[in-house]
Design a protein around this ligand. Structure first.
Ligand SMILES: NC(=O)c1ccc[n+]([C@@H]2O[C@H](COP(=O)([O-])OP(=O)(O)OC[C@H]3O[C@@H](n4cnc5c(N)ncnc54)[C@H](O)[C@@H]3O)[C@@H](O)[C@H]2O)c1
Length: 262
């Protein structure tokens, strides 16, 4: 088991018990770490219910990452130092997801890029003054960053920028001894995923096509997350690691493989 005892994490992106960030939180605590959870105002009551009586949660902090002053104030309020940061945030206006990207407005484009991509730079920048030596930051991305996935549209462009940011931030953080990586998660039913048109079809196609012939779940992602957050991953930075049962390596669906047919 990975040992995170004595380590503190700041986790962004829990909205419900289905959130990938909630599973990561539970696995950090299971590994001996503690967590400060930052949530978006609209999920406040849900977060308080979810975390009631749960050990290992140090504090709940409201923050909208679209606003520089809110992120700055959150880090100013943070007492002591932290070791790990989880950025599990994604958003694009529904109006943009429902139509081809050629119709995306500048306003929707900017919103998606600021919340889904730029927020990582914002959080990494403020983290620099709070991270203990050998700190680790992770973010969550999706295959739509590098391939066209119907329904994902503008989010794919935002995730491409996010993955580039992980690479660009890596030497900057590395100069201070910190690491930053992305996990490219396979599709999982969550609140954010419910905004993606045709999501159920994507789940079916993934299960059918992935080498492991199943979908991933929140725990699959959380297990890789705690590895990347831990010192076991001390030589890994600037990477996007796929946790998708191998789906991304398939060029064509398995039924096109004549050698696989009887
Ligand atoms: N579910 C999937 O299929 C899947 C696959 C690959 C990657 N991801 C990524 O995983 C991450 C977590 O998503 P999830 O699927 O667990 O869904 P989720 O809905 O549980 O989490 C999304 C989170 O983003 C937060 N958020 C959105 N706008 C914000 C803002 N302005 N300020 C602060 N927080 C804000 C929400 O509050 C929510 O907690 C996202 O980056 C998502 O793109 C999800």
């Amino acid at each position: 088991m990975i040992d995170l005892s004595g380590k503190r994490a700041l986790v962004f992106g829990v909205a419900s018990d289905a959130s990938i960030a909630w599973s990561i939180t539970q696995w950090i605590v299971k590994a001996g770490g503690t967590v400060i959870l930052s949530y978006q105002k609209r999920f406040r009551s849900r977060l308080f219910q979810l975390t009631e009586g749960v050990s290992g949660i140090e504090a709940l902090e409201e923050c909208d990452v679209a606003h520089e002053d809110q992120v700055r104030d959150l880090f100013n309020r943070l007492e002591g130092r932290i070791d790990m940061v989880v950025h599990a945030i994604g958003y694009a206006p529904a109006t943009a997801l429902g139509k081809p990207i050629i119709f995306t407005t500048e306003e929707d484009f900017t919103t998606a890029m600021v919340i889904s991509s730029y927020s990582l730079q914002r959080i990494a920048r403020h983290s620099m003054r709070k991270l203990n030596p050998n700190g680790s930051i992770i973010t969550l991305t999706y295959l739509g960053a590098t391939s066209v996935v119907p329904g994902y549209r503008l989010m794919g462009t935002a995730k491409a920028a996010l993955e580039s940011l992980v690479r660009e931030l890596s030497p900057v953080l590395g100069a201070a001894g910190h690491r930053i990586n992305a996990i490219s998660a396979g599709p999982i039913r969550t609140l954010a995923a419910s905004q993606v048109p045709g999501f159920d079809d994507i789940l079916d196609f993934m299960e059918h096509t992935a080498p492991l012939k199943k979908n991933v779940d929140q725990e699959d992602i959380a297990k890789t997350a705690i590895f990347l957050l831990s010192d076991l991953a001390s030589g890994i930075t600037g990477q996007t690691i796929f946790v998708d049962n191998g789906f991304n390596i398939m060029g064509v669906p398995p039924e096109l493989d004549s050698l696989g047919r009887d």
